[in-house]
Structure formats: structure tokens, C-alpha cells
Design a binder for this molecule. Structure first.
Ligand SMILES: NC(=O)C1=CN([C@@H]2O[C@H](COP(=O)(O)OP(=O)(O)OC[C@H]3O[C@@H](n4cnc5c(N)ncnc54)[C@H](OP(=O)(O)O)[C@@H]3O)[C@@H](O)[C@H]2O)C=CC1
Ligand SMILES: O=C(O)[C@@H](O)[C@@H]1OC[C@H](O)[C@H]1O
Length: 479
């Protein structure tokens, strides 16, 4: 069993707190590692180290900063199988998907290194003679990245790569549910030659160490991926120093399936979106609206497809499509939501219970619910699991209205072969991201950003990189 320390100022050190948090393998509930609970002192040590290291890091030409990101990508590739197994064990991610996450993370570091020669300012025309207005893009200073458990390694890279290439230094707090792969990465990159303090990793409770990182005057930007509740607490902590926040929070993605859709494509895309990491992804389809004349056909096809989903151990299960949920609290929350939906009148087409044949772990069957209505909790609140409620609609206007009737605005999708329908729906949906005739997943060169309670700011691509920059304007008069 691995016992992790804090990685601060280029060294692995003991936390000032002596209590620890156990990390379980969700498939068999065995303790596989432990992390410190962390303390405000740990947070401050890491922030001070990052602050001290920042001016020299910023002064390095961006291509030299980028070279370190390429080294990180190389190290990930050299250790890709070990990292994927570590990830699979700590959060019950089926090994194939865990490997994809590791490989995409390496590519993500390389992609962000590519910004080195493309961070650009502007020269603006002045109203005065002999004056230039120079608009510079400069780093904010110290970036804090607070990570979730669902794609912990990839999301860590979202925060590290974008903050370092732009000249910020960085403090990462992994999720207490899934810190292992990140801390293994910290060990693997400790000797790549980056100055101490440029990148720090502190483990521990969000409410304790996460809060201390968020309310410190040293912190220049807090980038969180997580729940709405954590986002609200971070905004409150950040308010003290008016610290910038970039928040990627929950979602309740609608999938609209029109009469003229390619039904097999729609079914495959929607099912893959519920099966991928057992639906524990903010982008995943969380509710389906199907046009009434194809409803029965759609329900028949999707039920068949869901019945074929194979559930097994994440690491050893052969050809498993999905595995255990991440924790006891996740399975409790999801079971309660399904039971409540049933009380409100929902009909379970398939699933609706813990998966049989597993003595340990948090395995839940992929579940389809019908006879649901717009006001029900199962349509309004994020499930974050393998549960999909299906509703009928009559007109395109109705589908758009039902989709937009949500506190969330992260992702959405439309399945149609009619260009006019697609254009109307994509224009009128109030979501940061809409997928047309494809699965629910984004690209690293896009911009992943939620509207409404789904967040502020965003990640990926040029706009995600620019989150970590601030603007300085110089009015240069000459004679
Ligand atoms: N949009 C998304 O990508 C995600 C959404 N979720 C949603 O959130 C629900 C709960 O998941 P959970 O992992 O507990 O999500 P949380 O939002 O609680 O955790 C995300 C991160 O925030 C930290 N954190 C929690 N509270 C604070 C705080 N007050 N100040 C600073 N940091 C804090 C956590 O630390 P610690 O782990 O130590 O508590 C963790 O590192 C899920 O069921 C899902 O609905 C979850 C993950 C990702
Ligand atoms: O669920 C999320 O918000 C993120 O953690 C997720 O990680 C990989 C996906 O591509 C992200 O959006």
C-alpha cells in the first residue's frame, strides 16, 4: 500500500497534519493508498513556494517552458501502462478507457506546449500623434487547480499545462477519492529539471486544504472541476481577495432525437455516453427527448443496446464496458434518485438496481426510465451515473423549451438528418457545447465551458489557455 506525501518546492515532505485519508479500490473496497488530510500550513507552504518560483518561470522564453511540457508528455508515454493500471484501480475505470485517458493526457501536454510561440498581444491605434497602445498578455501569477475524481489525470493536465505554458506557477489539489495517478506523476517528473516550486501537489480534504488554497491572497486564479456546491464554496472563499475563478461544474445534458434522425447512430451515441465511466461524466447525456412518432422504435432499440452492456472488474474484467461506481456515496445517491423517481411514477424499463454477482464494490446496472415528466427530480437534477430518463416531444420548439428548462448549461446534443432542424436547435439551445450526430465528448482544441450553474470560464484550446492570462495595456508616447 502506497503512503503519499505532499510535493512542495521540489520535495516530498510530510504534511503538518498527522491524520490521513484512505483511498479504496472501488471494485473490491480494499484500501490501496493513503494521503494526508492536509492542512492550511501545507497549502501556504505550497503557495509560498509557487510565488517565489514564479518570476523566474515567467522570465523563461515560452518555448523553454513548453519544453518541460513535452518532457512531461514523454514521461507519461514511457509509463503509460503503469499509469493506466493505477488509474483503473483507484476509481474503477475500465482499463481501455483508463489507457485512453493517459494517452490523451500526454497529447494534451504536447498540444499546450504548442502555444509557446502563439501567445500574442496587440498594438492598437492611438488617437494621439506619436503614441502606441500596446496590449500585453501576461501571466496572473500563482494558479491553483482543484481536481475531480472522474477524469483526475486529464483534468490535472488541463490545469497544469495551460497555467505553466502561460508563465504561471501552479499548485494542484487532487480529489481525495482519486489522487494516486496524479501523485505517481509527481514522482515521475520530479527530476526533469524544472525549478523547485514551479509545480506543487498537495493532497487532502477539499473543505480544509482546498479552502485554504482558495482564500489565500497569494492565489491568482482558482480553476475547479467539480460539483456546484464546491464551486459555490470556492466563490465565497475567493470573494475575500476578489480572486479570479474558472469553474467547470455539473451538467444535465439533454439529447434531442428527431423523427428524421439516424436512429442507430443516436442509440449508439447516447448509450456510449451513459456507459463511458458509468455515466459519471459532466458531458454525458442525462435526459433524452424523443419525437413522438419514433418514440417506440427508439425505446426498443435503446433497451436492446443497454441489455448488452457488460459490467465487470475495471482492471481484470475481459471486455467490460463499465465497472463499479466510484464510491459508496455515489451508489447511495444514484439508488436514492432512482427510488424517488419510481415513487413519482417513473417506470423502470431495464436496470434500476445494484448489479448482481458482485459481493463487494459499488456496481449499479445501466438503467432506463420512462413515464417521467419535466418537473421530476430525475429530469432536473444531475444523476452522474448510468441512469437515463426518456421523454416524448411533439414539436421541435417543445424539445428546445424542455431542454432549456434547466439550471445547468454545459453540454447538449441533437440527432437529426435535417439541416434546418439542426440549425434551429443549435442556435436556440442555451448550452456551452452542442454535439450534432455524435457522442458526447469534447476535443482539446475546442472550448469546454458551461452556462448558468454549470460554470464560469472554461478549458481547452486558445480560449482555455487565455484563462490563465491577464491583460496589461501600455500607452507609449514618444516625441
Ligand atoms: N462537473 C464535473 O466534472 C464533476 C461533477 N461532479 C459532481 O459532484 C458530485 C460530487 O462529487 P465530488 O468529487 O464529491 O465533487 P466535489 O465538487 O466535492 O469535489 C471536487 C474537488 O473539489 C474539492 N472540494 C470540495 N469542497 C471544496 C471546498 N469547499 N473548497 C475547495 N475545494 C473543495 C474536492 O476535494 P475532496 O475530494 O477532498 O473533497 C475535490 O478535489 C458528483 O456526484 C457530481 O454530481 C463531480 C466530479 C466532476
Ligand atoms: O466531467 C467533467 O467535467 C470532466 O471531469 C471531464 O473530464 C473529461 C471530460 O472530457 C471532461 O469534460
Amino acid at each position: 500500500m502506497k503512503t503519499y506525501k505532499q510535493y512542495i518546492n521540489g520535495q516530498f515532505i510530510n504534511s503538518t497534519s498527522t491524520t490521513r485519508i484512505n483511498v479504496l479500490n472501488p471494485c473490491n473496497e480494499e484500501v490501496i493508498s493513503s494521503i494526508p488530510t492536509g492542512s492550511a500550513e501545507d497549502a501556504n507552504l505550497a503557495l509560498e513556494a509557487a510565488k517565489d518560483a514564479q518570476p523566474k518561470w515567467e522570465a523563461l522564453p515560452a518555448v523553454q517552458r513548453g519544453a518541460f511540457l513535452h518532457k512531461m508528455a514523454d514521461i507519461i508515454r514511457k509509463n503509460r501502462v503503469y499509469l493506466a493500471e493505477t488509474l483503473s484501480k483507484e476509481q474503477a475505470k475500465v482499463i481501455g478507457l483508463a489507457q485512453v485517458e493517459i494517452d490523451v493526457t500526454a497529447d494534451y501536454f504536447d498540444y499546450n506546449a504548442g502555444w509557446a510561440r502563439r501567445i500574442e498581444g496587440e498594438i492598437i491605434q492611438s488617437d494621439r500623434e506619436k503614441e502606441h497602445i500596446y496590449l500585453h498578455k501576461v501571466p496572473i501569477g500563482v494558479a491553483v487547480g482543484i481536481c475531480p475524481w472522474n477524469f483526475p489525470f486529464f483534468v490535472m493536465a488541463r490545469k497544469v499545462a495551460a497555467s505553466l505554458i502561460t508563465g504561471n506557477t501552479c499548485v494542484i489539489k487532487p480529489s481525495s477519492e482519486a489522487p494516486n495517478t496524479i501523485m505517481e506523476f509527481a514522482e515521475l517528473i520530479q527530476n526533469i529539471g524544472m525549478a523547485p516550486g514551479v509545480l506543487n501537489f498537495v493532497c487532502g480534504s477539499g473543505r480544509l486544504i482546498g479552502n485554504a488554497l482558495s482564500k489565500s491572497p497569494i492565489t491568482g486564479i482558482i480553476s475547479l472541476t467539480g460539483s456546484v456546491g464546491a464551486g459555490q464554496q470556492i466563490i465565497t472563499a475567493a470573494a475575500k481577495n476578489i480572486t479570479k475563478v474558472s469553474l467547470e461544474l455539473g451538467g444535465k445534458a439533454p439529447a434531442i432525437v428527431c423523427s428524421d434522425a439516424n436512429l442507430d447512430l443516436a442509440v449508439n451515441a447516447i448509450v456510449s455516453s451513459k456507459v463511458i465511466f458509468s455515466g459519471q461524466v459532466c458531458n454525458c447525456a442525462e435526459r433524452v427527448y424523443v419525437q413522438d412518432d419514433i418514440y417506440d422504435q427508439f425505446v426498443e432499440k435503446i433497451t436492446k443496446k443497454i441489455s448488452e452492456v457488460k459490467i465487470d472488474d475495471a482492471l481484470t474484467g475481459v471486455d467490460a464496458d463499465m465497472s463499479s461506481l466510484v464510491s459508496q456515496s455515489q451508489i447511495d445517491k444514484i439508488s436514492e434518485m432512482v427510488e424517488f423517481a419510481k415513487k413519482e411514477g417513473a417506470e423502470v424499463l431495464i436496470g434500476g438496481k445494484r448489479a448482481e454477482n458482485f459481493n463487494k464494490g459499488y456496481f449499479y446496472e445501466p438503467t432506463l426510465l420512462t413515464n417521467v415528466s419535466q418537473q421530476m427530480e430525475i429530469i432536473q437534477e444531475e444523476v452522474f451515473g448510468p441512469v437515463l430518463p426518456i421523454m416524448k416531444f411533439n414539436s421541435i420548439d417543445e424539445a428546445i423549451a424542455l431542454s432549456n428548462d434547466s439550471q445547468f448549461g454545459l453540454t447538449s446534443s441533437v440527432f437529426s438528418e435535417n439541416f434546418n432542424n439542426i440549425m434551429k436547435i443549435t442556435n436556440e439551445l442555451q448550452f456551452g457545447e452542442t454535439y450534432v450526430n455524435r457522442e458526447h465528448f469534447e476535443a482539446m482544441q475546442g472550448f469546454h465551458a458551461g452556462w448558468k450553474k454549470s460554470g464560469i470560464g472554461g478549458a481547452d484550446g486558445k480560449h482555455g489557455m487565455q484563462e490563465f492570462l491577464q491583460t496589461k495595456v501600455v500607452y507609449a508616447k514618444y516625441f
